[in-house]
Design a protein around this ligand. Structure first.
Ligand code: GNR
Ligand code: NI
Length: 176
């Protein structure tokens, strides 16, 4: 097995986090390697999801594992070209965070359940009905592929406050 590696996560604001990502036409070994690196980067952070643009790759690929119970078996998922086929009328509000917006959290309301179709790492079509944290996470990740961040759902003033904090954080990181 090839060694996996942790990739640096891009911090907001960055033009790469605002782009609509391109569909993946064929799943190559290089893309499978990228998915493995993204999983390692996500677990290391730690986070429950990660989208390719967060590591600077503008392709429609996300990884996630929302198993939170201590001692439960992990469920690393790799989703190429994920599409929401159906979303519930019923909504859910979760306090969301983002690895590209460190230490900032805010309530976001989204459909409580979604049906999603994607290609797995073998290029096989998969479909699943997600609920709970999985439903929130997969929608947060698909938003990343469309250049959208959770702070885009907030009131402009709150969004601006968070963006200013991130600019400051990046400036301090660059000086360190
Ligand atoms: O680790 C993460 N936690 C999280 C919590 C609530 C809603 C969404 C998320 S996704 C986030 C990781 C991330 O930034 N993925 O893009
Ligand atoms: Ni995110």
């Amino acid at each position: 097995m090839m060694a996996m590696s942790i990739r640096p996560i891009i911090i907001h604001p960055d033009p790469r986090l605002k782009k609509v990502c391109a569909p993946v036409p064929v799943i190559t070994d290089e893309l499978r390697r990228l998915a493995d690196d993204m999983l390692e980067t996500m677990y290391d952070a730690p986070g429950i999801g990660l989208a390719a643009p967060q590591v600077g790759v503008l392709k429609r690929l996300v990884v996630m594992d929302c198993v939170k119970e201590e001692g439960a078996a992990p469920r690393p998922m790799v989703l190429f070209n994920p599409e929401i086929l159906w979303a519930s009328e019923e909504t859910n509000t979760y306090e969301e965070g983002c690895l590209s917006i460190p230490d900032q959290y805010a309530d976001v309301e989204r459909p409580a359940e979604v049906k999603v179709r994607w290609l797995d790492r073998d290029g096989k079509v998969q479909e699943e009905h997600f609920t709970g944290l999985w439903a929130t996470c997969v929608q947060h990740e698909i938003d990343h592929l469309n250049g959208k961040l959770f702070i885009d759902y907030l009131k402009p003033l709150k969004r601006q406050m968070i963006t200013r904090k991130m600019i400051k954080l990046k400036r301090e990181k660059a000086r360190a």
